[in-house]
Design a protein around this ligand. Structure first.
Ligand SMILES: [Zn+2]
Length: 285
């Protein structure tokens, strides 16, 4: 029998989906936009309900490509702030300023809504935070919402992963034992293979996630090697902190104006949310 409804193994996928839509209601959340500013306040408040301490990590970054000065903020919710054994759960909260993969060239300078690319991972983590508030674990969890993941033009890698690089550089002791990143996890046809860079440098953590997926019967996780992702786990791997990327890169509406909530589903958020909860529930440091 599976204990997936309520109790210690709960994850409310409908609430997670509502949180995805709540982010989209602010409009695109690309850096320096009005939606970005409003969503920052929303996420700060939401994490504040369910974690002991919310920390904002504001900084400026000048784009290597456009010279624009970006006002960025990582948002961190600390659970059990005094615990020495810690895990990071991460997702990017910013959205892409241009739909450069849109089939219609007229749309390619339009900011995307980022229902899947941005809001999905954040929505799951906000619900995970609430579940941990109701059923605490005895180690530390830092929910880190990265800014500036998806700003860069395809050829300018420096303009990607801006927030995660900043956060990794400013990590305080004790360093996290490991991290789990969620990105593009709301697709209606969710299918999460093993991301190769995670497999190579954080294989044990990836195994933990896929074993948890089997225990909760999450069929969206498939044991095959996917495409490598240049994503927010990289700055941590460079510091020898095992960090995995749970990502479904195969999304028809990726970086298009059609990355909207109707192409995402509560069920998919639940598939991933239950796995993250199971990893945490079975953790013994
Ligand atoms: Zn993206």
């Amino acid at each position: 029998m599976l204990l997936t409804a309520g109790g210690a193994f709960g994850f409310d996928q409908d609430r997670a989906f509502m949180l995805l839509e709540a982010q989209c209601a602010f409009g695109p959340r690309n850096p320096n936009s009005e939606g970005h500013e409003m969503c920052l306040r929303f996420l700060e408040r939401e994490l504040g309900y369910w974690t002991e301490a919310v920390e904002l990590e504001p900084f400026t970054y000048v784009s290597k490509n456009t010279g624009e000065e970006l006002h960025l903020t990582n948002i961190i919710g600390h659970i059990n702030p005094g615990a020495r054994d810690r895990v990071i759960l991460g997702a990017h909260w910013d959205t892409r300023p241009m739909a450069d993969q849109d089939p219609n060239p007229d749309n390619r300078n339009t900011p995307i809504m980022g229902a899947n690319d941005g809001a999905s991972g954040v929505a799951i983590l906000l619900e995970v935070a609430r579940q941990l508030y109701m059923n605490p674990v005895d180690f530390g969890v830092d929910i880190v919402l990265f800014d500036g993941e998806d700003y860069g033009e395809e050829s300018v890698l420096d303009d990607y992963l801006i927030g995660s690089r900043y956060h990794a550089r400013h990590l305080k002791s004790p360093l996290p034992r490991y991290g789990i990143l969620l990105d593009l996890v709301g697709d209606r046809d969710l299918r999460i293979p093993m991301e190769p860079t995670s497999q190579t440098y954080a294989g044990a953590v990836l195994e933990k996630c896929f074993a948890a997926a089997e225990r909760v019967n999450s069929k969206s996780f498939v044991r095959e090697t996917g495409k490598p992702a240049y994503d927010d786990h990289i700055p941590f791997l460079e510091m020898q902190i095992p960090f995995v990327d749970l990502i479904d890169f195969d999304y028809t509406y990726w970086h298009t104006v059609e990355d909207v909530s109707k192409h995402c589903s509560a069920y998919s958020l639940g598939e991933v949310g239950r796995v993250v909860m199971e990893v945490l529930r079975s953790e013994k440091f």
